[in-house]
Design a protein around this ligand. Sequence first.
Ligand SMILES: [Cu+2]
Length: 327
Amino acid sequence: MRCSPKDNRWRSLPDVRPEPFLTADPAGAFRADNHAWLFAASGGRVFHAGPSARMHWIDTAGRGKVTAAGTRGEDAMNGNAVMYDVGKILTLGGAPAYENADATKAAYTVDINGSTPAVRRVADMAEARAYVNSVVLPDGTVVVVGGQGRPVPFSDQTSVLEPELWNPATGRFTKLAPMATPRNYHSVANLLPDGTVFSGGGGMCGKCATNHPDGQIFVPPYLLNPDGSRKPRPAITSAPPTAAYGSAVTIGTDRAVEGFALMRISAATHSVDNDQRRIPLSSTAVSATSYRAAIPSDAGTAPPGNYLLFALDQAGTPSVAAPVRIG
Ligand SMILES: [Cu+2]
């Protein structure tokens, strides 16, 4: 494993070996070392949340160092891990093997804010899924889309078409309206700047019948009235394009809002989206339409890069995002 320090040169970490991270996959090393769930943290450390049941801290100083950090249920290959709040990770789904093994409905929260990660099993999903994607929304809920009950690459058998929405306040999942096209192996999902979710791809092997070179946009409940019409939403009228660590930024809105969240712009592949994270900001009202929000001082809380800044009203309805570059 290597890391990129401040001078932008690659540096080898010879003491970060692959063995601790392997799953017990019957297909051996080819499948056992796939798709690690990795989260940048404070002090140059990286948290390894899975998909192996064993979790670890990785220290990137010097030659690098791997320290055991407890276990989280079972091996969950091609499940998901999503940082839905500062230092708080939701993991869900996956299977004990990369393919041809029943997926799980199980979900866990892993809180890495303390010295020892705190693991809690939360309510199961309604459906077992692997090759699934999950997207955290600005209000802290997590949309779970696609996947198969029994993962088989380049197959649409046992597809799960109903998304589920996880609520961190209750630890429970709620089923949502089904999508039209299966999204399994090689599918992706990401948050869009208007607060909707892109779900696309899947298959993409030569001329396979299960190739899905297309996408769908899911409108989460927080944007909708009960009759399906769009809710009124707040708007950000001004925000700085860049923000320094530890600074306070002034954000203008068109109405009174309840709060703000930074959502890191990220990319998904093979059910892994390691950059995805949501950072709620503490803020104070200067007036009904002007707020001062605190940017985290720690690059482990908000790694440098591009974020979407959302304002949320009292009902949790988000604005369209303003782009902000941190650090
Ligand atoms: Cu692949």
